[in-house]
Write a protein that binds this ligand. Structure first.
Ligand SMILES: Nc1ncnc2c1ncn2[C@@H]1O[C@H](COP(=O)(O)OP(=O)(O)OP(=O)(O)O)[C@@H](O)[C@H]1O
Ligand SMILES: [Mg+2]
Length: 251
């Protein structure tokens, strides 16, 4: 069953066309990587899926509902975390989780906050101010925050950016656990190709707003005849496309 269906999505910012008619879907419980060089349109796409920015053309269906028509209903059932969105620095961890749980009208916010932390086995100092946390702690808190409403679809924009390898492994384990325990669909962006190979069921490579390759990480690598997904990435970043040895576009 599909959690997400995107059809012919376009986004223009004045002279810049950030997203040029992309179509893709994600099945329930799938971990889908949205990849590509800086400026490819990944964040813009995620923002359109969340209704944070409007799309110029095309349609977005999430959990069978229409974005933006059913935005409110969708946002109650999905969530978002990004390495680049800060939580309020003058609140403690406990306070911030309480406030966010309240925003979702969760009945017992304190209990739900504790549940999320325990469930993910995330060891965070509840009484510490967010402003004093390390990048790794903030990232994990961000993900905890994103789980308060038990999202069926989770959007993550570079969740492992700026993490040390040890914490990055923990975050990856956490995402796998979510999918396994709750069947959460995860749409995420990352610049770490090794991570993508380990985590993603399927990947979509974007370049200059168009989809240039899709498939499992292994399929994409094999079709490209390149040695690694890292090389695939660099080729796409430099050439803006990916061709196989028969000069056909790899799709
Ligand atoms: N609010 C905006 N106003 C104008 N242009 C924008 C805006 N947001 C994004 N863009 C442009 O749209 C294009 C896609 O940007 P986007 O942030 O989606 O890329 P990205 O794939 O997330 O890149 P990165 O890997 O650097 O995060 C870029 O050319 C960017 O400059
Ligand atoms: Mg981005």
């Amino acid at each position: 069953m599909e959690s997400l269906i995107v059809n012919n999505l376009w986004k223009r910012f004045n002279a810049t066309v950030a997203v040029k008619g992309i179509s893709f879907s994600a099945e329930r419980g799938e971990i889908l990587g949205l990849l590509g060089p800086n400026g490819a349109g990944k964040t813009t796409t995620i923002h359109m899926l969340l209704g944070l920015t409007s799309h110029d053309e095309g349609s977005i269906s999430i959990l069978g509902l229409d974005m933006p028509k059913d935005r409110y209903a969708i946002l109650q059932r999905v969530n978002f975390a990004s390495a680049y969105v800060s939580l309020p620095g003058n609140l403690t961890i406990d306070e911030s989780l309480y406030v966010y749980a309240k925003l979702y009208n969760i009945e017992n916010p304190t209990r739900r906050a504790r549940e999320v932390l325990a469930d993910l086995e995330v060891d965070l100092p509840g009484k510490s101010l967010i402003g004093t946390l390390s990048a790794g702690q903030k990232t994990r808190l961000n993900i905890c925050k994103a789980l308060l409403n038990k999202p069926e679809v989770l959007f993550l924009d570079e969740p492992t950016a700026s993490l040390d390898p040890d914490i990055a492994i923990k975050v990856r384990e956490l995402l796998k656990k979510l999918r396994q325990n709750y069947g959460t669909t995860i749409i995420y962006t990352s610049h770490y190709m090794q991570e993508v190979e380990e985590l993603c069921d399927r990947a979509i490579f974007l370049a200059r707003g168009t989809i240039v390759a899709t498939g499992t990480p292994t399929e994409i690598r094999e079709r490209s005849k390149l040695k690694s997904l890292e090389e695939v990435f660099v080729t796409i970043a430099r050439d803006g496309e990916l061709r196989d040895s028969d000069e056909k576009e790899v799709r």
